[in-house]
Design a protein around this ligand. Structure first.
Ligand code: UD1
Ligand code: UDP
Length: 395
């Protein structure tokens, strides 16, 4: 069976890396890796880290690319590869332009599509934009939908889609678990990362920040930056580390509003190994990223999500992720609560794995081969530690 995997952005590469590795090792499968290059630098970082090489590279990225221009280039590039390779199966991941354009190109050629990370929904086409549309379209044309959780399976069932569904867990946990093992078993790797960031000190609390969502562009990002500036000023002992996404729409605002402050480090997007090291050292994480919402609970890190809705409700329900939106006052007050109240912090900082157990890729390969598989079941959520501060009684 010839299986062509298509991906092109940083999160897709991280989440497809374990699957592509598993496919390459499976007798009876001929794995073809096709990258769009939607993210040039950030994709290449991940390919290097996981030792992946592309059989096809469409190199579509342009500075400040428009959604339509990008989509058209990816669809044309994917079509040419499909014509040449004639795969039996196409795999795409998630909700990017790469995923949707490649899935549609395969559909037009009547090649069955497998959707990795199927069934995530907010129910609002404007949030996240354009990802909620992208993932719905991919699921409509998919033959196999690999749902990470029971919640995502339920979303798919509610839509009466034609494809088959398997609950596999999210492959991001396969990638993260592999990285954590690498960091733990190769102390020189962790030491070499630490040596690159001598300004990260164990005794100084660190807030790790990422942000890139299109629906937050403009007022949302300005408000986020005001919140960070205010936190930096009110808490000189706090270190804020922000690896700034390459998108110029993000960079221009962040640089203009936050550069030159003593306790805010604006740095380049980090290699995945370095970012995992930063997540492990963070006191808390402030983000609008999808992947980080899935990784942080596995690491036991509190996450404040700068969005109004999330398609990843499992960790919110478990109490380790809190939606804070983009309003300055709310971000500041929620970060300050985590800083001031160790019991509140501890109630967030519980290791849970609602998103995966590290075996999602194996399950997806089994499904493709028509083998029976044991679906992913999230482990029970441990209870929150009892509050030790006296609860105030109403007067
Ligand atoms: C894209 C995805 C989004 C995903 C995010 C992950 C779409 C529509 N959006 O958003 O779903 O959550 O990636 O990060 O598919 N750039 C570089 N180098 C890079 C990457 C980006 O210079 O390695 C710059 C380029 O100027 C590019 C711009 O960032 O034009 C925007 O990239 P694009 O992929 O269009 O959108 P993202 O905001 O990254
Ligand atoms: N990430 C990284 N370096 C960074 C920031 C994030 O490697 O500087 C990783 C992060 O651990 C997660 C993924 O990138 O696995 C998330 O990517 P992003 O936030 O760009 O996209 P999203 O998940 O929101 O689609």
């Amino acid at each position: 069976m010839k299986v062509a995997s298509f991906f092109g952005t940083r999160p897709e590469a991280i989440k497809m890396a374990p699957l592509v590795t598993a496919l390459a090792r499976t007798p009876g499968i001929h794995s073809v890796v096709c990258v769009t290059g939607q993210h040039r630098q950030m994709l290449d970082q991940v390919m290097d880290l996981f030792g992946l090489s592309a059989d096809h590279d469409m190199a579509v990225m342009q500075p400040s690319q428009t959604l339509n221009g990008l989509f058209a280039r990816v669809m044309a590039g994917a079509d040419a590869i499909l014509e040449q390779e004639k795969p039996d199966y196409v795999l795409v991941h998630g909700d990017t332009s790469t995923a949707t354009a490649c899935a549609l190109a395969a559909f037009h050629r009547r090649i069955p599509v497998g959707h990795v990370e199927a069934g995530l929904r907010t129910g609002d086409l404007a949030q996240p934009f354009p990802e909620e549309m992208n993932r719905r379209v991919v699921d409509v044309v998919s033959d196999w939908m690999f749902a990470p959780t029971q919640t995502s399976r339920a979303n798919l069932l509610a839509e009466n889609l034609q494809g088959r569904i398997a609950v596999t867990g999210n492959t991001v946990i396969d990638a993260l678990a592999a990285l954590c093992t690498r960091l733990d078993t190769h102390p020189t790797l962790a030491l070499s990362i630490a040596a690159r960031y001598p300004w990260v000190q164990a005794q100084r609390r660190m807030l790790l920040v990422t942000g890139h969502r299109r629906e937050n562009f403009g007022a949302g990002f300005e408000s986020i930056c005001c919140a960070l500036a205010s936190l930096a000023q009110r808490h000189p002992d706090l270190l804020i580390v922000y690896p700034v996404h390459f998108n110029p729409a993000v960079r221009s605002v962040v640089q203009a509003m936050l550069a030159g402050r003593d306790n805010i480090r604006l740095i380049e997007p980090l290699d995945y190994a370095d970012f995992v090291w930063f997540m492990r050292h963070a006191y808390a994480i402030l983000t609008d990223s999808g992947g980080v919402q899935e990784e942080a609970p596995y690491l036991g890190k509190p996450v404040l999500v700068m969005r109004d809705v999330t398609e990843r409700p499992e960790a919110v329900a478990a109490g380790t992720v809190l939606l804070v939106g983009t309003q300055q006052e709310r971000i500041v007050s929620q970060v300050e609560r985590l800083l001031a109240d160790p019991d509140h912090h501890a109630s967030f900082a519980r290791k849970i794995n609602p998103y995966g157990d590290g075996h999602a890729s194996g399950r997806i390969v089994q499904a493709l081969l028509g083998q029976p598989l044991q679906e992913f079941m999230a482990s029970p959520i441990p209870p929150a530690p009892a509050a030790t501060v006296p609860v105030q009684q109403p007067a």
